[in-house]
Design a protein around this ligand. Structure first.
Ligand code: ZN
Ligand code: ZN
Length: 339
């Protein structure tokens, strides 16, 4: 009987990203390929033009919406969480990553060797998507967007309470909250509802498509109304949500005297909040913070940890000190996460 292969013998880093050789597919490839397994719908992971795509049904729906692909150019294969499919010589399973709707870790089994690619993930509960499940493996490919000890995300309910306190304190002003359209907008809406805020929220047109898609998947976001076509005074005392870029451009002029807030893990960095003229930074992240990253490495128990997609060095250093065989995967072409 053949020896069990080592993870590095069958999962490789190529200029296009992670390549699973015995499966003949890339995970989250950076350019169009024949066969892609996609972890989730953010644009730095889900690109257009692949011939075959395997992803969760939710991620395929998000890709169809955001990439305007009609699906006729190739095969779109939905794989619900927990089901296994054989691709080439590899068994592939998708497991919830807790990042955004449909986000998945890719679990790959090949001749007794298991590699898990985390995609992006977080451990904080989020009612807008299924919760992360740790999967024991031989090699764990982990993201490290916030892979520095300075990144410790506060409980999101507290950040939302600060937003609502500001809304009460400044009833004549509007609150313009910068949120990315996939994941963050819906999470902030659901956090507002959980905090007992049930007023209609005005939303920028760029957020509408993903909000509708979440609702179609049974996620309750409460009442939203289009911000377009409103009189300025209608925004007073209300919460308005828009993509972060729109909070500083001409679009924002329709909102009178706004308190500009951004909801992002990057808001932990005060300088960044200042640069973007954010008056009310809200540290709400859809990525694991430093403690969650380390907890996850320990829970999956993989002897090999491959760190990518962020601040690799500190995590690699920590992992090695703990006895893991850790290294940074240098994947080129990753933009800063839509956070
Ligand atoms: Zn993402
Ligand atoms: Zn990402």
């Amino acid at each position: 009987m053949a020896a069990t292969p080592r993870p590095e013998d069958w999962i490789r880093v190529t200029p296009l990203g992670l390549w699973c050789e015995p499966g003949g597919f890339h995970v989250d490839p950076l350019r169009a390929v024949e066969r892609a397994v996609v972890t989730h719908g953010h644009s730095d992971h889900a690109r257009g033009g692949h011939a075959d795509v395997l992803a969760t049904p939710e991620t395929l729906a998000i890709m169809a919406l955001r990439l305007r692909e009609d699906g006729t150019s190739g095969r779109r294969q939905p794989l619900p969480y927990g089901e296994t499919v054989r691709i080439g010589e590899v068994d592939v399973r998708l497991v919830p990553a807790g990042h955004v709707l449909g986000s998945a870790q890719v679990v790959m089994d090949y001749r007794g060797s298991r590699v898990v690619v985390s995609g992006d993930y977080k451990r904080t509960p989020d009612p807008t998507c299924a919760s992360f499940e740790p999967v024991p493996c031989d090699a764990f490919v982990t993201e490290a967007t916030f892979g520095l000890p300075v990144f410790r995300h506060p409980p999101p309910a507290g950040e939302i309470a600060r937003l609502l306190a500001s809304v009460r304190r400044f009833p004549e002003r509007s609150h313009l909250v910068g949120v990315y359209s996939l994941g963050k907008a819906q999470r902030v809406l659901s956090l507002l509802r959980a905090a007992g805020y049930h007023e209609p929220v005005f939303i920028h047109g760029a957020l509408a498509g993903c909000c509708d898609l979440y609702r179609a998947h049974g996620i309750d976001l409460g009442e939203t109304e289009p911000a377009a076509g409103r009189k300025r005074d209608e925004f007073r005392g209300r919460i308005v949500m828009a993509p972060p870029s729109a909070t500083a451009d001409v679009w924002s002029r329709r909102v009178p005297d706004p308190v500009v807030a951004h909801a992002s893990g990057w808001m932990r960095v005060r300088q960044r909040a200042r640069q973007r003229q954010v008056e009310l930074p809200l540290v709400v992240s859809d990525h694991a913070d430093w403690d969650e990253l380390l907890l996850t490495v320990q829970e999956v128990g993989a002897p090999k940890v491959w760190v990518t997609h962020g601040a690799e060095e500190a995590m690699v250093y920590w992992c090695r000190r703990q006895g893991y065989d850790a290294r940074a995967l240098s994947l080129v072409g990753r933009d800063e996460e839509e956070e």
